[in-house]
Design a protein. Structure first.
Length: 95
């Protein structure tokens, strides 16, 4: 049961991250108020780093700003730690 919930959560948070980056890119082109970098990074840190990466690649968004990329790499490291802990303690979560 936990595995199904986790799967749905990961899909959902990555979709949200993808759409947030897309929305920010569109608002930037229209010169409207943007989504804060903090919000983009927070969504990525919650597990949406794959969706964020696809969005960054496809829409060429936030790929030139080094300070953002450094923090984004931090969210990838954080998500990797999540995955390692989940694998390490899978018997607790998937019992």
């Amino acid at each position: 049961m936990f595995a199904k919930i986790l799967f749905v959560y990961v899909l959902f948070i990555n979709l949200i991250a993808f759409l947030l980056f897309l929305w920010d890119k569109r608002r930037a082109k229209l010169q409207l108020r943007r989504v804060s970098e903090r919000s983009l990074l927070f969504c990525s840190a919650l597990g949406g780093c794959v969706g964020a990466a696809f969005s960054m690649k496809w829409f060429r968004h936030k790929t030139q700003k080094i300070s953002f990329l450094v923090f984004y790499m931090g969210t990838i490291i954080l998500n990797t730690i999540y995955l390692i802990l989940l694998i390490q303690y899978r018997s607790v979560f998937f019992a």
